[in-house]
Design a protein around this ligand. Structure first.
Ligand SMILES: [Zn+2]
Length: 176
């Protein structure tokens, strides 16, 4: 069985599909047992490039734990894509297989990705934390602000939570 260090030396090849076929089973077996590496692989697949976006006033070194930082990257990339597309609204809808992320523009709405189910609760917690909202009050609607700085521009972003029978819907609104 591979350990994490051995897995990480193969992760780039695994993600790009260039892993030796003989190593495939060992890598898949490690992913089945190691949530930290699985989250890293998911983050790498969802996020092609690093960005300079960060929440204003947040200590970037405060959360360095591997699992957290992958979830943070996913949350940031969801907002960054909204900014880049000029989307007025991003909706995160709970579904049986994960969280569907939809970007709304003036005339249409695009489904862009499904974040896998095992990331649903860490991702929602991350967005709530960014907006200084409480995860213990999801049965009530809440609204908060996420101050974001990207490419030398400040954006005022609001996060609204909508309680649903099977989870919570998050609505992120970006004012340009
Ligand atoms: Zn691992």
């Amino acid at each position: 069985m591979l350990n994490c260090a051995a897995f990480r030396s193969r992760i780039a090849h695994y993600i790009s599909g260039q892993l030796q076929p003989s190593e495939h089973d060992a890598v898949e077996a490690h992913l089945e047992t190691c949530k930290t590496c699985l989250i890293d692989v998911t983050a790498a697949r969802l996020i092609p490039a690093e960005s300079d976006m960060h929440p204003v006033g947040e200590d970037k070194d405060a959360t360095r734990e591997a699992e957290d930082s992958a979830v943070i990257k996913i949350a940031h990339s969801i907002i960054l894509q909204g900014i880049q597309e000029g989307a007025a609204e991003i909706r995160l809808e709970p579904e049986p297989r994960g969280v569907r992320v939809c970007y709304s523009h003036a005339e249409n709405s695009n489904d862009s990705l499904i974040v896998p189910k095992y990331l649903e609760s860490p991702l929602i917690d991350r967005f709530l934390k960014m907006a200084s909202l409480s995860s213990s009050q999801l049965q009530q609607p809440q609204e908060g602000h996420i101050p974001i700085r990207s490419n030398a521009t400040n954006y005022d972003i609001t996060l609204a939570t909508v309680p649903l029978q099977d989870g919570v819907r998050l609505i992120i609104r970006i004012r340009f």
